[in-house]
Write a protein that binds this ligand. Structure first.
Ligand code: NCD
Length: 318
């Protein structure tokens, strides 16, 4: 059993393998849909997967559960609010209980940065722990579904992926998605540029680390238009209002929106550029409301890819 704790521990060969496996599932599920036959795969028959979400989620939790179901596993959702966690039981004891019951994999989302690394020390080898988002740190399966989407944009070709130029814009400071997507895209050779106003920019320490560890070349681009002129795909990030300081005034927020919001006009003028967003979208904030259902949007494709990549991750882990 293997745990998926951090994006930066995935090597390039593993990335290729996960992307190829996931693309195979995308194709197989598409074919099943087209022929009206149910998709069937029993790779994880007899395995039990628990989803333990300490923070809100729609896409990540449901796609993990659908992924487990598609592979014939038993899904055991964990209702945090009605569990003994609310009586003060520790997560370590909770995981021991799940192991005693024969659970094979736990998909965990938690507000505490780095908690998966801590917990994996306790459960090591007895349970596959999959990180579904920790605090502002990481979200490896989101990064994976994003690089799968980029791979499809590059014509299903890993060499052409190295020619692809990705811009990431918005709340870089508070986003865990950016760490995952940037790390994995850079590992695969994608050229990545960032744009964020000062209040949403990564700290100098984080930026230095990215420059050293990921060979990120440039500092965040000051101007959104300049960035749009230089990329093939633009990924907007959700403005993380729950993580912004309460002292931000509505006027300050509005000024931020002015600097980051992508509009239909941008996509019309930079005709080559496709749009990504991890969801959930704040319509009218980081994306103009008229971009919902825009032909250049890859957002639904990302969601579809999310199921396939989580199938590949569960197989890899188990
Ligand atoms: C993200 C998350 O929770 O990190 N959502 C997701 O998993 N697709 C992004 C976000 O909440 O902004």
């Amino acid at each position: 059993m293997r745990s998926l704790l951090r994006s930066n521990t995935l090597d390039v060969d593993t990335l290729y393998q996960l992307i190829r496996t996931a693309q195979g599932f995308v194709d197989a599920m598409e074919k099943a849909r087209a022929t009206g036959r149910p998709f069937h795969n029993d790779s994880l028959k007899g395995k039990t997967v628990t989803t333990l979400f300490h923070e809100a989620s729609t896409r990540t939790r449901l796609s993990f559960e659908l992924a487990a179901k598609n592979l014939g596993a038993t899904i055991l959702p964990f209702p945090v609010e009605q569990s003994s966690l609310k009586k003060g039981e520790s997560l370590e004891d909770t995981l021991e209980t799940l192991i005693a019951m024969g659970v094979d994999a736990v998909v965990l989302r938690h507000a505490q940065d780095g908690i998966h690394l801590e917990l994996d020390k306790h459960t090591h080898g007895r349970l596959a722990l999959l990180n579904a988002g920790d605090g502002m740190s990481d979200h490896p399966t989101q990064g994976l579904l994003d690089v799968l989407t980029l791979y499809q944009q590059a014509g299903y070709n890993f060499d052409d992926l190295k020619k692809l130029r990705l811009g990431i814009v918005g709340d870089i400071k508070h986003s865990r998605v950016v760490t995952a997507s940037l790390t994995l895209a850079k590992k695969l050779g994608v050229q990545v540029k960032l744009h964020a106003p000062d209040a949403l920019a990564p700290s100098p320490a984080t930026l230095d680390r990215w420059k050293q560890e990921l060979q990120l070349k440039d500092s965040p681009e000051f101007d959104l238009e300049t960035l749009l002129a230089q990329v093939d795909v633009i990924m907007a990030l959700r403005l993380q209002k729950e993580r912004l300081s309460a002292s931000e005034t509505p006027e300050a927020l509005e000024a931020l929106v002015q600097k980051i919001q992508l509009t239909p006009d941008h996509l019309a003028r930079y005709n080559r550029v496709k749009l990504m967003h991890p969801g959930p979208v704040n319509w009218g904030v980081e994306l103009h409301a008229d971009l919902a259902k825009h032909p250049k949007s890859l957002i639904n494709q990302q969601v579809r890819n999310g199921v396939a990549i989580r199938m590949a991750c569960l197989i890899w882990a188990l």
